[in-house]
Design a protein around this ligand. Structure first.
Ligand code: WTA
Length: 636
């Protein structure tokens, strides 16, 4: 038997060594014993980080939905697969069993086929956290179509960019979404986006909020009547191991988002194996990840990882503050949640509200707590440990990225001793290293550097959709023959890793990756703006917030700085979404630049961090004189 479920530290080290000393043999054993294959592979792994090219389980044939659904029907048909908890606590929760989920996914798959979606086609999914989202994702996988889920908080412009970048032919959306006491007009946003998306042939619309919407004849269809008429039988399309499964966008250093391309077999094996161990999942546990399916955490740890393990996965539509700040804990009590996985920003926001919200709920079902998406500060870690886990449920601080597909650094609960703010040790099969700025590996402990991974793991993204050159440049050029994460990290005296934050132009705000370039591009579209630069600064709840320095050309009639700030944030909301709004906007006459004309963000960052006493040598700047005036007018 392979070591599918690691139970003690000795075993972790032993399995880790095995996974590193002979990765092919190790992953072959895991794949062989725990998944359903229509045909086994010819080669376990072939790779070359210089090209870069990575292939896992080449020659194998499978369908991931057979692994997530069909194979559970005999033993777990009546077990809850998806436990849907609506936005409104008065609306009943829905227990969707494996049998029912299988039927609905097959129906949905038949609807997609009837509307002309074929193997390899891209389908954009722009839905709130409702069961149709899960049906849509799995229905695409069932027929070999490639899903591209776009977080339903993105604006119409951002949606259009993502639809066009991967040339989707269909959008699946809903009339609208509930968010606390608000509703959001999703269909209106889609209609706006589609003005610029000539490739879209059909829009399928789930009914959720019963709002009045416009349906375009022959293009738009209500989903429910189509589902009602569809058959519950749909043979899975038999896919090759390296066939694309999904595209998921993430921000980068240019305005164009990067469509990370994930493939089938390796992703399935890794998301499933990590899920089992990182959450110590055992049969009959109720697991809840509060992320949105629009992010990688939702793909791997709400849908694929849990379902591949036959787990019960909670799907929560609402927000932590509705009807009040006890909602998360109320849900934990109501469904007797055993594993709870959320973002540090949510923990900080809830910790601020005081203990009366946590104390009135029975949280004794909790066995494992997880965090993901950004560094967790010590205070938030202890608050979570003391008040939610009651010092009994270990916290797994899990580090990974959209590009990774699955968790890379993490404690294994009840196995790895935890340490606040540390993601601790690499998961099985992961070979991290720290690099100095010259590209040399930093050996030993108590060191810090840039975090790279030396060896491929099964769920690494294979490319950026349509732009392999950018994939190579972004991840495989800075450090030869290594995958570069873009994060800085330190390794302590026992070899535990702590992520110290991004070392590139990505800022993590409330756990969302935001590239500075797309935000600056949006701001620069304002007629009064000549130039802008964005940096992050520490924020109590969001982790980081955004600080913009803006040079105006002509303020324009009837405008003052206050309404300009509003207009700038309005443009950002329209182009990207409300998550990218700036907390502070400073108008300035100049930005510090190098002699080659590059903005020196390091200086701007220090000023926003209230650290302007320590700017270092600025004499080499093209315009050192602007620095003092920026400091004098800083909003800190
Ligand atoms: C950050 C999210 C510290 C990191 C799953 C990474 C973290 C980026 C952690 C990826 C963590 C994620 N501790 N930082 N436990 N987890 N990050 O692609 O900067 O949305 O590069 O994937 O989030 O964000 P993404």
């Amino acid at each position: 038997m392979s070591n599918y479920h690691i139970k003690h530290l000795e075993e972790y080290f032993q399995v880790y060594r095995k996974s590193v000393n002979n990765p092919e043999a190790f992953w072959e054993e895991i794949a062989e014993e725990h998944f359903l294959w229509r045909k086994k592979w010819d080669t376990v792994l072939s790779w070359d980080f210089r090209k870069p090219e990575v292939k896992w389980f080449e020659g194998a044939k499978l369908n991931i939905t057979e692994n997530c659904l069909d194979r559970h029907l005999l033993t777990r048909g009546n077990k809850t697969a998806i436990l849907f908890e609506p936005n409104d606590p008065k609306e009943a929760a829905e227990h969707i069993t494996y049998k029912v989920l299988h039927e609905r996914v097959c129906k949905m798959a038949n609807v997609l086929k009837a509307k002309g979606v074929k193997r390899g086609d891209r389908v954009c999914i722009y839905l709130p956290m409702i069961p149709e989202l899960v049906y849509s994702v799995l229905a695409c996988a069932r027929i070999g179509a490639v899903h591209s889920v776009v977080f339903a908080g993105f604006s119409s412009t951002a949606l259009a960019t993502r639809i066009n970048d991967c040339d989707c032919k269909m959008v699946i959306t809903s009339d609208g979404s509930f968010r606390g006491t608000k509703t959001i007009d999703l269909k209106g946003i889609v209609d706006e986006a589609l003005k610029d998306c000539p490739g879209i042939e059909n829009v399928l619309v789930a009914k959720r909020i019963n709002s009045e919407i416009t349906m375009t004849t022959e293009r738009d269809f209500w989903l429910q009547p189509l589902l009602d008429a569809a058959s519950i039988d749909c043979e899975p399309e038999i896919m090759d191991a390296e066939d694309p499964l999904f595209i998921l966008y993430t921000s980068g250093s240019t305005g164009q988002p990067k469509g990370m391309l994930h493939t089938t077999a390796g992703y399935m094996v890794y998301s499933s194996y990590t899920f089992k161990n990182v959450f110590n999942y055992t049969e009959n546990d109720v697991y809840w990840c509060s992320a949105d399916v629009g992010w990688i955490t939702g793909h791997s740890y709400i849908i694929y990882g849990p379902l591949a393990n036959g787990a019960t996965s909670v799907l929560f539509e609402g927000v932590p503050s509705h009807p009040d700040y006890s909602r998360f804990w109320q849900i934990v009590e109501k469904h007797k949640v055993n594993q709870f996985y959320t973002a540090p920003t949510a923990i900080r926001a809830l910790a601020k509200e005081g203990l009366e919200y946590t104390q009135k709920h029975d949280l004794s079902s909790l066995k494992v707590l997880g965090t993901v998406g950004e560094p967790i500060n010590e205070e938030a870690w202890h608050w979570y440990d003391d008040n939610i886990g009651k010092n009994k449920a270990p916290i797994v601080d899990t580090y990974f990225q959209t590009e990774n597909g699955g968790i890379m650094l993490t404690p294994i609960p009840y196995v790895t001793p935890t340490k606040p703010t540390y993601a601790t040790l690499p998961f099985i099969g992961i070979q991290p290293c720290l690099m100095d700025e010259e590209g040399k590996e930093i050996e030993g402990n108590q060191v810090s550097g840039r975090l790279c991974i030396k060896f491929p793991w099964p769920s690494i993204a294979r490319s950026i959709y349509g732009n392999h050159k950018r994939y190579k440049e972004t991840y495989f050029t800075a450090f030869e023959n290594n995958y570069f994460t873009g994060d800085g990290a330190l390794r302590d005296e026992v070899g535990y890793y702590r992520i110290t934050g991004r070392v590139d132009d990505v800022i993590i705000v409330s756990g969302h990756n935001l590239g500075t370039a797309p935000i600056e591009d949006a701001i620069n579209e304002h007629p009064a703006v000549a130039e802008s630069a964005i940096v992050g600064f520490p924020h109590d709840v969001k982790g980081n917030a955004l600080y913009g320095y803006v040079i105006l050309k002509d303020i324009g009639e009837g405008r003052n700085h206050d309404n300009l700030r509003k207009e700038i944030n309005q443009i950002i909301t329209e182009q990207i979404g409300p998550i990218a709004k700036l907390d502070k906007i400073q108008f300035t006459d100049g930005l510090p630049k190098t002699r080659s004309g590059k903005i020196m963000r390091r200086i701007l960052r220090k000023i926003a961090h209230k650290d302007s006493g320590n700017l270092g040598d600025i004499s080499t700047l093209l315009n050192p004189e602007v620095v003092q005036s920026i400091i004098d007018n800083a909003l800190v």
